[in-house]
Design a protein around this ligand. Structure first.
Ligand SMILES: *Cc1c(COP(=O)(O)O)cnc(C)c1O
Length: 364
């Protein structure tokens, strides 16, 4: 493929998109399928945009095998608004919710939920700097909790839930921002799944919410209208003007994923890409180390360190000079991080591994 002097972008978000999709958007930029307008310009009530959002939802349902009794919403406000919308909409039975804290995002989500009701932290891996995923079982949860909340993939710390917590009848809520569409998920095990699109799906601006029908429509009367899932569900995500462009690109990505064989095929590729990097790290005789417990490592965000901050900085600078960008770890943890979302080509990971081998020889 011709990458048109593009760099390999390892950013954790906003992040790389498939070249095929970008080219398609480029071709349709000035006149979407001959209608004489860009998707950026057209009315969200036009038949063209109605087609875009309807197909995007249908393709996502198809890809993720989303059952009929779940609503799919395309919202704005990013992940941070979901930290609030989840408790406002779901914490309305006992007013209790149980959270598993495996990183910065789950912690922030719990802090927002505390403004709404009674939050209990069931497990917390901050004792080991979020380098593992705690094991929890059904008995750990309060039986009357309105929901249990997890963050499936911890973008900053590079960890991922290797199992789906068994919550019995309590709805399980997951933030899948950085792993949605990277693995097959049994949607029926969740009450609600949400994902900011700007990690593994689309440009920033749209947040996907997949929610079981019976859980919505119970928000308190004083809920600001935009924050009520029911409003968006009843209006097909068109209560107000949706983030049209981001929904459009998400739709193109869904079609691209279907062409490529769906989530199973993507997952196999993701496993292969991640293994290349973890093998390189684990076989480096300690030059590189990954702090995350082996069984809990993320396929999407590979976190590693040399143990020397100056050397890490040199790594980032030299990689950048070779066209591999955004390899710096999150500002809160330092070190290095290679985010290898679905759209990162295998060639990008090969180039990075090759660089890592050379960098090790030159600096050990
Ligand atoms: C990026 C991220 C968030 C925050 O998303 P915003 O859209 O920036 O609010 C939340 N959760 C996870 C897992 C993320 O990766």
């Amino acid at each position: 493929m011709d990458y048109n002097n593009r760099v390999f972008n390892f950013s954790a978000g906003p992040s790389v998109l498939p070249v095929e999709v970008l080219k398609e958007a480029q071709e349709q930029l000035l006149s979407y399928h001959g209608c004489g307008q860009s998707v950026m310009e057209m009315s969200h009530r036009s038949k063209e945009f109605e087609g875009i959002i309807t197909e995007a939802e249908a393709d996502l349902r198809d890809l993720m095998n989303i059952p009929e009794n779940y609503k799919v919403l395309f919202l704005q406000g990013g992940g941070h608004l979901q930290f609030s919308m989840v408790p406002i909409n779901l914490m309305n039975g006992s007013g209790k919710a149980d959270y598993i804290i495996t990183g910065a995002w789950a912690k922030k989500a719990a802090a927002e939920a505390r403004k709404v009701g009674d939050v209990r932290v069931v497990a917390d891996s901050s004792d080991k700097n979020f380098t593992y995923i705690p094991k929890v079982s059904r008995e750990d949860f309060r039986p009357d909790a309105d929901y249990v909340y997890i963050c499936s993939n911890n973008t900053i710390y590079g960890s991922h839930f290797p199992y789906t917590p068994d919550t019995g009848d309590i709805p399980l809520v997951s933030d899948m921002s950085s792993c949605i569409l990277s693995e097959e998920v049994d949607v029926t095990k969740y009450g609600l799944i949400w994902a900011g699109a700007q990690k593994n799906v689309a440009p920033a601006g749209v947040t996907i919410v997949i929610v079981r029908e019976d859980l919505i429509g119970k928000a308190p009367d004083n809920t600001p209208v935009y924050l009520d899932y029911k409003i968006h569900a009843d209006k097909g995500s068109m209560y107000n003007i949706p983030p049209c462009w981001s929904v459009y690109i998400a739709g193109l990505v869904f079609k691209y994923l279907k062409r490529k064989g769906g989530i199973k095929a993507m997952h196999d590729l993701d496993v292969k890409k991640a293994a290349m990097l973890y093998d390189c790290i684990d076989s480096s005789d300690g030059f590189y180390t990954c702090p995350v417990a082996k069984e809990d490592r993320s396929l999407m965000n590979v976190v590693f360190v040399t143990g020397n901050p100056d050397l890490d900085a040199k790594f980032v600078a030299e990689a950048r000079a070779e066209g591999m960008v955004n390899l710096k770890g999150h500002r809160s943890v330092g070190g290095l991080r290679a985010s290898i979302f679905n759209a990162m080509p295998v060639e990008g990971v090969e180039a990075l591994v090759d660089f890592m081998e050379r960098f090790k020889k030159a600096n050990r």
